[in-house]
Design a protein. Structure first.
Lengths: 373, 306
């Protein structure tokens, strides 16, 4: 007896999603955008712990310092800084020599110098605790070695002397979280509402969509500002509410999709088998509307982030010391002439993210469009 | 055609009524009132003010009063700009906003349309990628970044144009605001034109034209008519929002338009100002939607208005 010849495996078909993934991965702009977005999420989530500065720490000695790869304080700025502190101690400094790790100097005064005043060196952001090398003329002449505190401000500091890199990354957390949060709310409401209206049809559909039409014709800014007035400065609540406004488009898209899906045979079959309405919606209708919904979601996230920055520009967004890209950009835009880096760096972060989201959305649309196959 | 327009206006009235009612009560739900200052007014003064502005009456009575006034075309006095009525504020600001918005729209159409068409004809070529890159930038860079950059470059570094101000509507003062307003519109119009054009270029009648060996310009002209439809339906709401002014642009460039009134009115609980703005914006939206429908019927013979 010959062994049973195994039947040749049936040709493996590609599901819509496999096909879409292949087409998406072939789109270089979309893949690059995915990578950029992943990186951006990573550095915004974990970056603030590695910059060495808390986002709300004020460095009074470093207000509006420009971006620099080398450490602060700069060697050429040290003598002036030493002199400023010396004048607070009511002494004059001389023989200042700057070395790699410390500054050596001599303080002289008319009267004996109170050594407790040397704490001014400690208090500044630039120096550590001074060491007394020699005390001459009954304490009227002190020789000191003051260690230098080296700090990096890779993107400079803002007008309060806070590290801009840390603030930009923390702002990224806030902006991305807000974008995702509001979009999530819009997604849930829009999909459920649209699928229900489309599937039930008839008079219920008409009433539900008329409600959408009315909400649609209310001016958007009006609603947003009212929400700000209602919820005050609680931006989490506010963006839940913004999401609750942004679902209108989503509902329309899903309803349109549902109308065509519910005439498909598999839905009729499910109905004939006695599956409940909720079950059909969950199992058949909603999963099949996902293509256009995903595309819309990737385009809605940047829209919400932009909306947040717009509100922050009006002073209605996130409140100090918390920050978001919109807050940083509007601060930077006001001080653009004196401190251009305060506008440039947050704007680069924001625009990069929005660019990536838009390219990803376009790529997804092309990948999921059945006509383009 | 005329009966169609009249019928549309008739159906617009209930919509307008719903909008007015909703926004009236929403606005009143917000805590605080127009006369809540940092230092509270004396009780007697407050009482008098509330009586003068009829805020002491029950809400439904105020609503009926407002609705009655609105039907007579009276928007009422402003609570915040004490010396002006809402009608006076709009008479000053609306022409300014409309002029800027219309210029920006015109500019966006004349640049965005051809750019989008060019990208469609050179699909996946260098020109296409350049246009789409520019368009994405135009959508993603917020206007409150664009405006200060333009001010720095053209106002301060090159010193060609004034940094801000209206100056009685001198042309030099309008250039930068118009550019700021037009940039995102150029981007959107270019994207939409490209998408619609690509779709149209695959259609049978265009293939026939190609087969007949007609020139590119002729084909573009024929395809343009079909491709214009989605762009026009976008332009309706866009025109309405452009012509009613932009908060950001008017604030940054110091322009006396009506874009600021929404924000100022809502934050100061200037009830009549907010309501007036809502009504004006709603009327613009309704009118431009009507214009879009008429244009649609003119461009696409399959669409019949009756």
């Amino acid at each position: 007896m010959s062994e049973a010849v195994p039947l040749p495996a049936p040709p493996a078909g590609r599901t819509l999603w496999q096909d879409a993934r292949i087409r998406l991965l072939r789109n270089r702009a979309a893949v690059a955008s995915l990578v950029v977005l992943a990186l951006m999420t990573l550095i915004c989530s974990f970056g603030p712990w590695f910059t060495g500065h808390p986002y709300d720490r004020v460095y009074q000695d470093y207000v509006r310092v420009p971006a620099s790869l080398s450490a602060y304080p700069k060697a050429e700025a040290l003598p002036a800084a030493v002199q400023r502190i010396a004048s607070r101690i009511r002494a004059t400094s001389s023989e200042i020599t700057v070395e790699a790790q410390e500054v050596r100097l001599v303080l002289t005064a008319q009267r004996p110098i109170d050594q407790r005043l040397l704490v001014y060196f400690d208090r500044s952001d630039q120096f550590g605790t001074p060491r007394l090398l020699a005390s001459e003329q009954d304490g009227r002449r002190l020789a000191l070695a003051v260690p230098i505190k080296r700090q990096h401000f890779l993107l400079g500091t803002d007008s309060n002397g806070r590290d801009l890199l840390t603030r930009t990354l923390v702002a990224g957390r806030v902006s991305l979280a807000i974008g995702l949060l509001a979009t999530g709310v819009a997604l849930v409401i829009g999909v459920v509402y649209g699928a229900t209206a489309g599937y039930l049809g008839g008079r219920i559909d008409m009433v539900m969509m008329r409600i959408v039409d009315v909400l649609y014709s209310l001016p958007f800014i009006f609603l947003v500002i009212l929400l700000v007035v209602f919820f005050g400065r609680n931006f989490i609540l506010m963006f839940l509410a913004v999401g609750a406004i942004e679902w209108l488009d989503m509902a329309r898209i899903v309803r349109g999709q549902t109308l065509s899906i519910k005439r498909q045979d598999y839905v009729l079959a499910a109905e004939a088998l006695g599956v409940s309405t909720g079950g059909i919606l969950k199992r058949h209708v909603i999963p099949n509307t996902l293509g256009p919904v995903i595309v819309y979601v990737t385009l809605l996230v940047p829209k919400v982030i932009l909306l947040e920055s717009f509100l922050s520009f009006l002073g209605l967004g996130v409140q100090e010391p918390m920050t978001s890209w919109g807050v940083l950009i509007s601060d930077g835009a006001r001080a653009i002439q004196a401190t251009p880096w305060m506008l440039v760096f947050p704007a680069v972060f924001l625009v990069t993210t929005l660019f990536a989201l838009n390219f990803l959305g376009d790529g997804l649309r092309d990948a999921l469009d059945p006509r383009d196959r | 055609m005329l009966t169609y327009i009249l019928r549309r206006f008739a159906t617009a009235i209930p919509t307008l009524f719903v909008i007015v009612t909703l926004s009236f009560f929403l606005m009143r739900l917000a805590p605080g009132g127009p006369f809540d200052l940092e230092q509270p007014l004396e009780a007697k003064v407050m009482e008098n003010l509330r009586r003068i502005y009829q805020l002491d009456q029950p809400l439904h009575a105020q609503y009926l009063t407002y609705l009655g006034a609105l039907l007579r075309g009276d928007f009422g006095p402003s609570f915040y700009f004490r010396d002006f009525s809402i009608a006076e504020l709009f008479a000053q600001g609306l022409p300014v906003s409309m002029r800027l918005g219309a210029s920006a729209l015109l500019l966006a159409l004349t640049i965005g349309g051809p750019l989008g068409a060019l990208a469609a004809f050179r699909q996946n070529g260098g020109a296409d990628h350049a246009v789409m890159g520019f368009a994405t930038a135009g959508i993603t860079i917020p206007n409150f970044v664009v405006a200060p950059v333009l001010q720095i470059v053209f106002g301060l570094s090159l010193a060609w144009l004034p940094v801000g101000g209206w100056n009685g509507g001198a042309f030099r003062n309008t250039v930068l605001p118009i550019m700021t307003l037009a940039l995102p519109q150029i981007a959107v119009i270019a994207r939409m034109t490209r998408a619609a054009m690509i779709e149209t270029l695959r259609a049978n009648h265009i293939r026939t034209l190609r087969a007949q060996g007609l020139s590119g310009a002729t084909i573009a002209l024929h395809a343009g008519r079909g491709a214009a439809l989605p762009v026009i339906s976008y332009l309706g709401p866009a025109a309405a929002s452009l012509l009613t002014g932009s908060v950001v642009v008017e604030t940054i460039f110091g322009i006396p338009g009506i874009g600021r009134y929404f924000v100022e009115g809502a934050l100061n609980r200037d009830y009549t100002l907010v309501m007036g703005t809502v009504v004006v914006v709603a009327i613009f939206v309704l009118v431009f939607n009507l214009v879009v429908d008429i244009l649609y019927a003119l461009l696409d013979p399959r669409v019949r208005l009756d």
